[in-house]
Design a protein around this ligand. Structure first.
Ligand code: PMV
Length: 296
């Protein structure tokens, strides 16, 4: 059995695709996968094109044919899909690890990362590697151009966050990345987000939650066109309540934009206020989880 966590992006979504720094944290929600010999039960992989793609990748790497029909996968996820919480990378990591384990092969994080990255290209088009990196390594980390550095501060792990659902995005991550690529002001906005991210990381490393910088980050993402009306409305309500909030992940334009990352220093106040919104909310800690496998 394998488990890999989902994630949030604290800062750097979209700008990370252009080489800027992103800060990501693992969630305690995630994906579990168990593998058994096929017993004629309908296998997800015959109906889900993403799973089929992941299993074909496993077949190639392991040199084993027909994995899709040989094995039955039991996948359990506590992560909503298309919501910016890293579901596609967590599914890939959990499935690849469980299948390799079934064939007696232990995968180190260093070997797992490029496989999850390759799997995720299927959903992202061109993934920066940020999601695969946090899902594989867990904790909280800085990611830039394929290089991963653990965050040198435990400040984040001591905070309580609310993940507020603005609705699943209609667009895929790949579509949102393509939309940004064609934005007329892309270069200037991406450079600005890169600079804000540097400042956010520096404040967090000094043990401060960077309230106005997070707001600035969100406003730049909105100008990039990745925040839909529903998410913007919720975020403005949160700001009025004195809660710091931004979208996290690729976002979404025409319907929902995935989950909103919300923070307040007083966790009781945070809970009370987000409950008043009347939308589905997850109260969570960040950066405490890592993937694991072969543990029951
Ligand atoms: O929404 P998610 O979890 O798929 O996050 C995507 C993050 C992007 O920066 C938009 C894309 C990427 O490959 O880094």
């Amino acid at each position: 059995m394998s488990f890999y966590p989902g994630k949030v992006i604290i800062t750097g979504e979209h700008s990370v695709v252009y080489g800027h720094k992103a800060l990501l944290s693992a969630l305690s929600l995630g994906v579990t996968c168990e593998v058994e010999s096929s017993s004629g039960v309908v296998n997800h992989a015959t109906t889900d094109p993403y799973l089929k793609h992941i299993l074909q990748l496993c077949s190639r790497e392991l040199g084993v044919r027909d994995i899709e029909t040989t094995l039955t996968l039991k996948i359990t996820s506590t992560l909503p899909a298309k919501s910016g919480l890293g579901s596609s990378a967590a599914v890939a990591a959990a499935v690849i690890t469980a299948v390799f384990e079934y064939y007696g092969q232990h995968l180190s994080s260093a070997k797992l990362y490029p496989l999850v990255l390759e799997a995720e290209q299927y959903v992202h088009g061109r993934s920066s590697g940020a999601d695969p990196s946090i899902v594989v390594h867990g904790g909280s980390l800085l990611f830039q151009q394929g290089v991963t550095t653990p965050l040198e501060s435990d400040f984040l792990t001591k905070q309580t966050f609310a993940l507020v659902d603005s609705g699943a995005a209609t667009e895929s991550t790949g579509e949102m990345v393509a939309l940004v690529a064609h934005h007329p002001e892309r270069e200037a906005l991406i450079v600005a987000i890169g600079a804000v991210s540097e400042a956010i990381v520096s404040q967090l490393q000094q043990g401060k939650y960077p309230v106005s910088l997070i707001r600035e980050n969100h406003l730049l993402l909105a100008r990039l066109g990745v925040v839909g009306a529903a998410a913007q409305d919720i975020i403005e309500q949160l700001w009025r309540m004195g809660i710091v909030a931004k979208i996290t992940g690729a976002g979404g334009k025409t319907s929902g934009s995935g989950f909103i990352l919300a923070w307040h220093e007083d966790s009781v106040f945070l809970r009370e206020q987000v409950n008043r919104l009347g939308v589905s909310t997850i109260i969570t800690q960040l950066g405490n989880n890592r993937g694991k496998y072969n543990e029951n």
